[in-house]
Ligand binder design. Structure first.
Ligand code: EPU
Length: 434
């Protein structure tokens, strides 16, 4: 298995552009199941999760081809066989986001069988809200041999008003599922307590380009007027706010100065607010598009301790909690990190401690006592963002850090080692890890 070997202590400098968003691209690709005309997506990142989604769509009769040449990378998705509607356990278990084929397949084919995703390293992750939403649209749902089997009586869903709030806020992929399914339903659907994440607005933008009638996406109330059919379309995936935030933390961790292009700044106000409170300088250049801004990120430590609480958008994203914690390890005093979206998402805590971090966890809160410096160590975490935080810690630590099992990172960061190396980091990938 591959590992990253990082020689810490190099200041990051230079320029880098943010890639397309993984978490937007996955439901966007699934939306191609809603039509038998080609859907072309641009700026799709080249990631393990995207390749898994390609494999799944291929099994479901949707041909996926990507233009390896040309930048940004374009992916064409074209359904040519609608007879299969079973997303098998073999694929779903490798990627939880496979669940986002459920809504589109049910809406278009009248039936979907999707292996129930299990828990994962960051917590229990139920799909009850997805199922509640689809039931409200008239779907009959049963569970058999670990699969969710959903059918639309008479072959078509019916519009309805559905409340998608749960104990930890709304659900991002659940909102994408119900919204996508409602595009082909008979009548109007209102989703109340919809997820407000920018990825939802991006999915709605593609669906509208395909002929759907969606308004309010990106707000807690989304209205969808059902149409009889959708057609092909072209769409560019929004830049990845989590990759942008990770790069900002990397610049700050190393007292660097990095110009980051294509930052979706309008979707990152909570992140910039916390970085600024900490003492990191984020200087945006004037831009016509608030979702593609060029920003210089610099940091002259001393960092001030802060409080960070993760929340659904527009709050501070859970997908940046681990990376922010790595940075807070170097602040001058006690910071407090509270996780309100996935209360168990702390796999990085024990590993950061191996590098000399002082972390005290109680339930969903961690007190981070800043230290003078981190020390390199062999580490590993079985979650994508936790692994990213270990890479960041390695960039700042004295000596060598070996981050094992980087296949977790490959799920969500394209060529991370090459991109950090381009900014001056001493990081190499080797195939010798445990
Ligand atoms: N939840 C329920 N019931 C449901 C669905 C969710 O109780 O039916 C709970 C979850 O357990 C969690 C909260 O609601 O406590 C939010 O979960 P959500 O459904 O919004 O998560 P998701 O849609 O499965 C996406 C991202 C995650 C990201 C979360 C939260 C994708 C592919 N995944 O997951 O990304 O953490 O939203 O923003 O879009 C990552 O990229 O590392 C990642 C884990």
């Amino acid at each position: 298995m591959d590992a990253f070997h990082i020689e810490g202590g190099r200041r990051l400098e230079g320029e880098i552009s943010v890639n397309g968003s993984k978490n937007a691209a996955l439901p966007l690709m699934a939306a191609a199941l809603l039509t038998n005309e080609p859907v072309v997506l641009r700026s799709v990142p080249d990631l393990a999760d995207i390749r898994n989604m390609q494999k799944l769509l291929d099994e479901l009769g949707c041909e996926v081809s990507s233009s390896e040449s040309g930048s940004p990378r374009a992916v064409t998705l074209h359904v040519n066989d609608e007879s299969i509607s079973h997303a098998r356990y073999d694929i779903v278990r490798t990627m939880r986001a496979s669940v986002c084929v459920l809504g589109p397949m049910l809406a278009r084919r009248g039936r979907a069988r999707v292996s129930m995703p299990g828990g994962c390293a960051i917590g229990e992750r139920p799909i009850d809200l997805h199922l509640r939403g689809l039931r409200a649209l008239g779907a009959q749902i049963e569970l058999d041999e670990g699969d969710v089997i959903a059918t639309a009586p008479g072959g078509r869903l019916r519009g309805a008003t559905v409340f998608l709030g749960g104990p930890f806020g709304s659900t991002v992929l659940g909102t994408a599922n119900v919204m996508s399914a409602a595009t082909l339903a008979q009548g109007t659907t209102v989703i109340e307590s919809a997820a407000c994440e920018p990825e939802i607005a991006d999915v709605a933008a593609l669906l509208n380009a395909m002929g759907a009638r969606i308004s309010g996406a990106g707000t807690p109330r989304v209205t969808i007027e059902g149409v009889d059919q959708l057609h092909g379309a072209e769409h560019s995936v929004i830049p990845d706010r989590i990759e942008a935030g990770t790069l900002m933390c990397a610049a700050a961790m190393t007292n660097g100065s990095v110009q980051i292009h294509d930052v979706p700044l309008d979707s990152m106000l909570a992140v910039v607010d916390r970085l600024t409170a900490l003492g990191v300088v984020v200087q945006p250049e004037p831009s016509d598009d608030p979702q593609r801004v060029s920003c210089r990120v610099t940091c002259e430590r001393v960092l001030k301790p802060i409080r960070v609480t993760t929340q659904p958008h527009p709050g501070f994203p859970t997908d940046l909690q681990a990376q922010m914690m790595a940075l807070l390890c170097l602040a001058d005093g006690n910071s407090i990190v509270t996780e309100k979206v996935f209360p168990e998402r702390f796999l990085h805590v024990a590993e950061l401690s191996r590098m000399g971090a002082e972390l005290h966890r109680q339930g969903a809160t961690v007190v981070v006592t800043g230290v003078r410096g981190l020390r390199g160590a062999p580490v590993m975490a079985s979650d994508l963002r936790a692994s990213a935080s270990l890479v960041l810690a390695g960039l700042a630590a004295a000596g060598e850090t070996v981050v094992n099992r980087v296949y977790h990172l490959d799920r969500g960061y394209e060529n991370l080692e090459a991109r950090l190396e381009q900014l001056g980091a001493a990081i190499t990938r080797r195939g010798d890890s445990v």
